[in-house]
Design a protein around this ligand. Structure first.
Ligand code: FES
Length: 99
């Protein structure tokens, strides 16, 4: 199955193995920071607490335990953490599960 779970700042959302993490979080109604959306700026940087992602070639600096949400596609269930509170959009079809 391509479905998996993404735990982000303690909240669990449904995810998949096809789309970048940034896109999936946005579809879940969250609003992580971003600028370039192609691995150049580092604005979407987050800590990968558990699980694994496929991250394409990027130019932005990331620490060994960090990934770029715009360029990372989850391979497994993952837990990530942003250093700030994620704003929620007004999206009505939010797919979240409280943890
Ligand atoms: S938004 Fe620029 S590196 Fe992800």
């Amino acid at each position: 199955m391509s479905q998996l779970t993404i735990k982000v700042n303690g909240q669990t959302v449904h995810g998949n193995r096809r789309e970048p993490l940034l896109v999936q979080l946005e579809k879940a109604g969250l609003q992580p920071e971003f600028q370039c959306r192609n691995g150049m700026c580092g604005a979407c940087r987050c800590k990968l607490k558990s699980g694994a992602v496929n991250q394409g070639d990027t130019m932005a600096f990331v620490a060994p335990n960090e990934v770029l949400a715009c360029c990372s596609i989850p391979k497994t269930n993952i837990a990530v953490e942003f250093d700030y509170l994620l704003a929620e959009s007004q999206q009505t079809n939010k797919k979240t599960v409280n943890s």
